[in-house]
Every structure is written in structure tokens, then in C-alpha cells.
Design a protein around this ligand. Sequence first.
Ligand code: DLZ
Length: 186
Amino acid sequence: MFKGIVQGTGIIKKISKNDETQRHGIIFPKNVLDLVKKNTVMLLNGCSVTVVRITGDVVYFDIDQALNTTTFDSLDVGNHVNLEIHPKFGVTVGRGGLTGKIKGVAIVEDIIEAGNFLKVYINIPKTLTENISEIDDIGINGISSYIEEISGDIICINYNKDLFNTTNLNTLTKNSPVNVEILNEW
Ligand code: DLZ
């Protein structure tokens, strides 16, 4: 399990697309770059993926299995992606841990600033809302949080603006697609 706590963001430098696979080259910040090597399994926007190559500060991933269930296909060069490395063996993950298996893509419906918090309203696909309740935690682009409120298909999450320092939360706008992992299977 991952913690659902993002350690920094990478910037997409290059995307090469074939019919069924895409290679994403991502510039990593030094604190995360130092922790990865070829075959490291880590989270990119909450999705579990495998490092295939590292050249300088650019880390490459082949996205194939994850193409249909995640936002990878809608990402562009210059976008920021959330990064998390697996905790060391024996470290307690606690409530809110993520597996990295993305259930599907949801769309940001609205964002409202409220003091030091950002209320993000997200329209979750019907196939996923059947399974969630306000007692559940949720992973959005790899950021684990509890659900503040559910109204029909719309969930609301209150994010502390401190997360702007380490995540891509401040790049979300109305209609942004986000990766969703629902944590109600414990
Ligand atoms: C589990 C996994 C791993 C370890 N590595 C990759 C990868 O490098 N590329 C890829 O496309 N998919 C990988 N996967 C599977 C994805 O995590 C999985 O398909 C999504 O989370 C499902 O939505």
C-alpha cells in the first residue's frame, strides 16, 4: 500500500504515442528522483506504474494497461503530475492508504476557495457512486482524503491549501479529469 501522501510533482517533458501504448518522460524533482531506479513501481497521479528508463532527471513510463481507465491519454507536455514512492517495508500506512489501482476518471464540477481551504466538487461516474458513502476515503490523483459531502453523483472534498506546495491541486479547473481510487474495501 502507498500512503496517499504526494511527495512532489513531476513535469511531463515528452509523450510518444503508439496505437496501444504511450511513453511518458517526466522531469522529476531531486527528492523523488533519488528514490527511483528502473523497475520501481510508484504512483503517478495515483496510478500504479513502473519505471522503464531514467535519463538524467527524466523518468520514463510505458502506459498501456492504464490507458482506458485513467487520465493519461488527456495529459500534455508541461502538465504537472503527482508523485509518490512506495513507503519502506515495515512503515505503517494507516487509514487512507492507496493501492494505485484506479477505478475510473471523474470530472471536476466546481472549485470554491474558502479561507485556507479549497472545496472541490467532483462528478463521479454512476458506476463508482453506487459504491461510495460519506464514511469512505477517496484518492483523487493520488491525494487521499475523506469525503466531506455527497449529493447525487457529486462529492465534495475540502483540501487544505498547504497541498499546493507538493501536489498539482492548484492546476485543477472546472472540467478537469481526475483519477479516482475509492477506499471502501477495508
Ligand atoms: C499495476 C501496474 C504497474 C505496476 N505498472 C503499470 C505500467 O507501467 N503501465 C501501465 O499502463 N499500467 C501499470 N499497472 C496497471 C495500472 O495500475 C492499472 O491498469 C490501473 O491502475 C487500472 O486503472
